[in-house]
Ligand binder design. Structure first.
Ligand SMILES: C[S@@+](CC[C@H](N)C(=O)[O-])C[C@H]1O[C@@H](n2cnc3c(N)ncnc32)[C@H](O)[C@@H]1O
Length: 280
């Protein structure tokens, strides 16, 4: 039977050795290739397609970006510090006839500009991923998918998880929506403004709304990439009304529609909000 070496197994072996693990390999993570079936599942989970620009952080022999180009039609960049692996990647890309769509760069992944990626892939150790996390959240555009072989990113819950021989995790980078917002809309009952406070932990949000000096809940709050939605029960008028807010976050502005009423009575009203105080 074929022996499958994994990073997890390697860490376990190294932790039993006399020397510290860091002494066993020259970079932050040792080279352990991801099996082809696992890469296919990673790229499938991230819904990689021809419009995507995939960056593999610690790209080994280039297999992830080569498959992204060959099977999914994407463009790709592999970043690795190991010169031999970079050379091997360039050779492998030529063999697979995808040299025009992939690039391999010898650089420290902590220095590499990731801002242009639409998909970031990685098979790195938990501590390395944790060091990367602030950059992933700050520098990647909302909606960028991050897909990891094997290791979660501590308390950042994945948006999706799959296990096909190995665990694969996928996160969608959320917009920064935490803080206080002043929202306004013209309802049939007149001009209305809402003082909304949103708390955010990664893609999980909750919040409050101040309505005529009363505080009420922000119901069903959801954030996916730059799309935010929630429900406010407004009693300004003859009866209480559910107002279904949907909007798109762009910096310190949210714009979207409020859906009001159901069935044939449903109407849509535009709303806009500006951030008046940053989240903590
Ligand atoms: C576990 S392998 C993953 C290879 C490939 N992504 C795959 O899934 O088959 C990790 C790779 O990260 C590279 N690496 C480790 N530390 C790095 C660093 N600071 N910058 C760039 N590459 C690094 C190693 O040389 C190795 O090729």
């Amino acid at each position: 039977m074929q022996a499958i070496v994994t990073l997890r197994a390697l860490i376990a072996i190294m932790s039993c050795m006399v020397f510290p693990a860091a002494a066993q390999y020259p970079y932050d993570v040792p080279y352990v290739p991801t099996p082809a079936v696992v890469i296919e599942e990673m790229l499938r989970l991230a819904k990689v397609g021809p419009d995507d620009s995939v960056i593999d952080l610690g790209s080994g022999d280039g297999r992830v970006v080569i498959m992204a180009a060959k099977k999914f039609g994407a463009r790709g960049v592999g970043v690795d510090l190991d010169a031999d692996l970079i050379e091997e990647s360039v050779y492998n890309a030529a063999q697979q006839e995808v040299s025009e769509r992939v690039t391999f760069i010898r650089q420290d992944l902590f220095q590499f500009d990731i801002s242009q990626a639409t998909v970031v892939t990685m098979y790195l150790l938990p501590g390395v991923v944790l060091r990367l996390r602030p950059r992933l959240l700050k520098e990647l555009r909302p909606g960028t998918r991050i897909v990891a072989h094997d290791f979660p990113i501590e308390d950042w819950q994945p948006d999706e998880k799959s296990t096909v021989r190995k665990n694969v995790f996928m996160w969608i980078v959320p917009a920064q929506v935490g803080g206080r917002w002043r929202a306004s809309a013209t309802l049939p009952t007149g001009e209305r403004s809402y003082d909304i406070e949103i708390r955010q932990k990664y893609q999980e949000i909750d919040g409050l709304v101040r309505l005529d000096k009363r505080v009420s809940g922000l119901w069903n709050p959801k954030l996916t990439a730059d799309r935010v939605s929630f429900v406010i029960v407004d009693d300004n008028g003859p009866v209480e009304t559910n107002l279904y807010f949907e909007g798109r976050v762009a910096g310190d502005t949210i714009e979207g529609v409020i859906k009001r009423g159901v069935g044939k009575d449903e109407t849509q009203i535009k709303w806009r909000a500006t951030r008046v105080a940053a989240g903590t």
